[in-house]
Design a protein around this ligand. Structure first.
Ligand code: MG
Ligand code: MG
Length: 256
């Protein structure tokens, strides 16, 4: 794991800002009748319209899209498709990575499609809250376990389950670097958090089981019980002034 200098973190922030803008654009485009391929095409065009920026998931391990588009029980790695059309009441996780001038950033948000059920709305609020608390725990001198513990503290008592087989990661010249950032943990345990670490923090929470399986397309991961899941992710730099979110604003929406 490579620690980044303040100048390198500024470089990473320039790429992250493009993701922040992209999500603002995508938010207005997530609606019933839109295909996941339309969202993907828009995202790819938007990213490439910034000189030097490329969608980093496209071709990564052979993935065909610029966005991962995961609907309802799909947790991650949903493949954009012209025949997969959003319905009123769906939730869709849009996960995107970009590389700008050699530096990567990675972020995900789950959007409601029109009116969603109270359960799904609560799932989104809890998952977003888990990300916010986890980011607050990412301070120099702390430990990786503090981050996972923060996620657990938010999810505990909600009846929801943390998807434990998928974890966050370091980000830098490549989109997936050491260390792993689990969404469960014990305070004060694990790797010490140091200035210059850049981490993708990404709680994934399901309404039902934590168990997952991969569909026959070999990409899409779903909950084994078919229950909806949500995923919020930011790329965060650890600085002496505290955690700095590089991929857009952290919403103030809180768990209900
Ligand atoms: Mg991601
Ligand atoms: Mg990630």
């Amino acid at each position: 794991m490579e620690l980044k200098t303040p100048a390198e973190i500024e470089e990473l922030a320039r790429g992250g800002a493009i993701i922040g803008e992209l999500f603002r654009e995508l938010e207005g485009r997530v609606e019933p009748g839109v295909s996941t391929l339309q969202l993907d095409s828009f995202a790819e065009e938007f990213i490439r319209s910034n000189p030097g920026a490329v969608p980093v998931f496209k071709g990564l391990y052979g993935f065909p899209g610029s966005l991962c588009t995961s609907i309802n029980e799909e947790i991650v790695h949903g493949i954009p498709s012209a025949t997969r059309v959003l319905d009123e009441g769906d939730i869709i996780s849009l996960d995107v990575g970009i590389k700008l001038d050699g530096w990567c950033s990675d972020s995900c948000r789950t959007f409601p499609v029109g009116e969603i059920s109270p359960d799904k709305a609560r799932l989104l609020a809890v998952t977003r809250e888990a990300l916010e608390r986890a980011i607050e725990a990412a301070v120099c001198g702390g430990h990786i376990g503090d981050i996972g513990h923060a996620v657990e503290s938010v999810v505990e008592g909600t009846g929801f389950a943390i998807v434990r087989d998928l974890v966050g990661h370091g980000v830098g010249r490549t989109v997936h670097e050491d260390p792993q950032v689990p969404n469960r943990g014990e305070p004060g345990k694990g790797l010490e958090l140091r200035e210059g670490m850049v981490l993708a923090i990404e709680p994934m929470i399901a309404i039902g089981t934590h168990r997952i399986r991969t569909l026959s397309d070999k990409w899409t991961m779903v909950t084994t019980d078919g229950s909806p899941s949500a995923h919020f992710e930011h790329t965060v730099a650890l600085t002496t002034e505290g955690p700095r979110v590089l991929t857009g604003e952290v919403s103030s929406v809180s768990a209900q």
